[in-house]
Design a protein around this ligand. Structure first.
Ligand SMILES: [Zn+2]
Length: 298
């Protein structure tokens, strides 16, 4: 599933193609994907709006439109966005089409149809209001790990306020926005901390390593245009980061640092990859960690 680097790549590649263009009309054969407002209202309200910017929040694409509108797109597992000429071939997995005023089309292809769209509104202060307009759309999301204002001190404060194990915590969008299975595993490996280590039990040097590792791996993945491990495609094609992953999906293959075989366990129903030599669990945490894994497996 696309994470922060993949959605960031989609946003960066769509930006020059969409900014300044106007949405002439919208059509869909899968109206259930529209979260807000109703599908008819969505189509009526989006027509005539100019795209002012294309950005990202957490794992969502956020397009600012004229008239204080915001088109939010959650690509989920298999969503792919392309800007094409109208005569480009359409396959049965293209479910949403935005016709642009100069004839181009923004298409969303989504084989499993888990993607979601919504047309929201900004208030005077610039906040994106959710469907009930009473609270912000992204109110429950944690900070952006690459935001320049997100400091090591902030990360420490968040970690120390939490119970729970690092792998689970890093993937929790209320804790930190945008990190999923791939980059949680990669960051933990780089930081040399065990995925089942408790957040509150980290030493200060480990907290710093994890903070640096997260930002490094996310930045590297953006530079490589994301990991095309499943269905993820950027508007201009496959990413490259899948060729540079050190631990994710490498079960049984040698750890690039020590050569020992990569291990795989299941944490909260998600595959978790780590090196049992480079990522040691403190002696005092072993029993509790084993118990947590067994409970999760039940
Ligand atoms: Zn190792």
């Amino acid at each position: 599933m696309p994470e922060l680097p993949e959605v960031e790549t989609i946003a960066r590649e769509l930006r020059p193609l969409l900014v300044g263009r106007t949405i002439a009309s919208f059509r869909t054969d899968w109206p259930r994907a529209i979260r807000y407002p109703s599908p008819d209202e969505f189509a009526a309200r989006i027509a005539g709006r100019e795209v002012l910017d294309v950005d990202r929040r957490a794992k969502w694409l956020v397009m600012s439109l004229s008239g204080e509108g915001v088109l939010a797109v959650q690509v989920k597992m298999t969503g792919q966005l392309f800007v094409v000429l109208p005569d480009a071939p359409v396959d049965k997995h293209v479910h949403h089409v935005f016709e642009l005023s100069d004839g181009l089309e923004l298409r969303i292809r989504d084989t499993r149809k888990f993607g979601r769209l919504g047309l929201y509104r900004r208030d005077e202060a610039g906040a994106i209001l959710g469907s009930d307009e009473a609270r912000e759309l992204f109110a429950e999301f944690g900070p952006e790990p690459l935001d320049p204002s997100f400091t090591l001190r902030d990360f420490r404060r968040l970690l120390r306020a939490r119970r729970g194990r690092l792998k689970t915590l890093l993937m929790n969008q209320e804790f930190l926005a945008g990190v999923g299975n791939i980059y949680a595993d990669e960051a933990l490996w780089r930081a040399r901390v065990h995925p089942l280590q408790s957040a509150a039990g980290l030493r200060p040097d480990q907290e710093r390593r994890l903070y640096d590792a997260l930002r490094e791996v996310l930045n590297e993945a953006i530079a490589r245009r994301g990991s095309s491990v499943d269905d993820y495609r950027a508007p201009s094609g496959r990413g490259e980061m899948q060729n540079f992953l050190n631990i994710y999906g490498r079960t049984g293959k040698p750890c690039p640092r020590c050569g020992r075989a990569t291990r795989r366990i299941v944490v909260n129903a998600r595959s978790t990859h780590f090196c049992s030599w480079c990522q040691r669990l403190p002696r005092g945490e072993r029993q509790a960690a084993v118990r947590a894994t067994l409970e999760a497996a039940r």
